[in-house]
Design a protein around this ligand. Structure first.
Ligand SMILES: [Zn+2]
Length: 209
């Protein structure tokens, strides 16, 4: 069984997930949004070896620690093609809105739609869940029965759709089609806030009732 360690970092309280395999100590780092020192300490405490950085999307609060971690662990960065330019563009990644300039170097790998990805001994499926942002993706870990949902689906809520590049009409249908069709026992790990299950969100999330 994979282990999912959540760390909430930065002023936007973004969730970074360290997904690790206790047998071989390999780890995926999802959305290292800020506080690289905090993330590195946890990685060292866990005694795991990062093999890649995965991004659910490229808003500033999900990418702030990307370059520090990729340099330290010499790992590639994976992102949806639609947001390829956002890593280097503070207007696109919205850091400019705060008067800041959060950037990262280009991703090494651009996801294709509905792709099954194998990295080291990890296998997961990438599904497009845009609406909050055009390249928003979720990562399905079928054998371990969980989904990383980024800023698409939250516990009790969904991502904002009033940003540049948001598509308010797309988000809910995408979540219904791509996520609510998975087994309802699956755990969700969102980009902000607490984890939940698909069953709980399908029955209680006010955006779907
Ligand atoms: Zn976002």
């Amino acid at each position: 069984m994979l282990q999912v360690n959540a760390l909430t970092v930065g002023p936007a309280q973004s969730n970074c997930y360290i997904i690790s395999n206790p047998e071989n100590h390999e780890a995926l780092v999802v959305d290292p949004g800020a506080e690289p020192t905090t993330l590195i300490s946890r990685i060292e405490e866990l005694k795991v070896k990062p093999v890649a950085i995965l991004l659910t999307h490229a808003h500033y609060d999900h990418i702030g620690a990307v370059d520090t971690l990729r340099d330290r662990y010499e790992v590639p960065v994976y992102l949806a093609a639609e947001e390829e330019e956002w890593l280097s563009n503070p207007n696109k990644n919205l850091s400019a809105m705060l008067g800041e300039s959060v950037t990262a170097r280009p991703a090494e790998y651009l996801f294709k739609p509905e792709e099954v990805i194998e990295i080291a001994h990890f296998t997961f499926k990438v599904v497009a869940t845009p609406g909050h942002s055009p390249g928003g993706v979720s990562f399905i870990f079928e054998d371990d029965e969980f989904v990383i949902t980024g800023d698409a689906l939250f516990a009790g809520s969904v991502g904002r759709t009033d940003f540049p590049g948001s598509e308010p009409k797309e988000l809910i249908p995408n979540i219904r089609q791509k996520l609510f069709t998975l087994p309802s026992s699956f755990t969700i790990y969102p980009g902000h806030g607490e984890s939940s299950t698909l069953a709980h969100e399908m029955t209680t999330n006010p955006f779907f009732n």
